[in-house]
Design a binder for this molecule. Structure first.
Ligand code: URA
Length: 205
């Protein structure tokens, strides 16, 4: 299973955990097949679940701004998630206006069930550098004892590839108002570090 299009087709029918039952669709990774950098998020959100594309909602807009500030073209990177179905709970809206879907962090069982797809994507894309966005992605690749607060912004390693672990773009949106600009700058600084690391390997983009 080395071809991305083939993987995408197979992942569309994945029933390895129960999340497929309530989600609209599998949200597979997107980007150039031979990208030198792969960004790994947690799981699709509400918008991504509907669109079928990763990082196209509010967190995606933060990511796009941060990539732009860091001088990295989104079209040059492959963007994916550890878990490929949206996990959510329904909550009543005020005034009986139906329900909204609220994000739930995926459990270890969902990460475990979905990881083979990420491993296969990484094998197919063959990147030179990985960037994890948030704790779920970092722990999925670096182990459950990994602490983002201790190792954010460092160049780590996964399967002999350099890996930069940074915060999730949605953490910027959820952060205290007086910290959001600083958190955004941290995200940009980590993406810049990723860019420099890649340049040091002899390949930009
Ligand atoms: N958050 C993620 O981790 N991934 C997405 O695709 C969207 C929001």
């Amino acid at each position: 299973m080395s071809d991305l299009a083939e993987l995408r087709r197979k992942a569309a029918g994945c029933t390895a955990c129960e999340l497929y039952a309530d989600a609209t669709q599998t949200v597979f990774g997107a980007g150039p097949p031979g990208a030198s950098t792969v960004l790994v998020g947690e799981q699709p959100g509400d918008r991504e679940d509907i669109a079928g594309e990763p990082f196209v909602g509010p967190a995606g807009r933060v990511l796009d701004r941060a990539l732009e500030r860091a001088g990295v073209a989104r079209t040059d990177v492959y963007v994916t998630n550890v878990v490929k179905h949206f996990r959510f709970r329904r909550e009543d809206r005020h005034g009986g206006k139906g329900t909204i879907r609220i994000h739930r962090t995926p459990g270890v069982e969902h990460v475990r069930a979905c990881l083979p797809w990420l491993h296969a994507e990484l094998a197919a894309v063959g990147p030179q550098l990985l960037v994890t966005l948030g704790a779920t992605a970092a722990k999925a690749l670096l182990g459950m004892s990994f602490r983002l607060t201790q190792h954010r912004g460092e160049v780590l390693a996964y399967a002999e590839l350099p890996l930069v672990a940074t915060i999730h773009p949605s953490a910027v949106l959820r952060g205290p108002k007086d910290r959001q600009a600083e958190m955004f700058d941290e995200l940009v600084a980590d993406l810049e570090l990723a860019g420099r690391t890649l340049s040091g390997l002899g390949r930009g983009g």
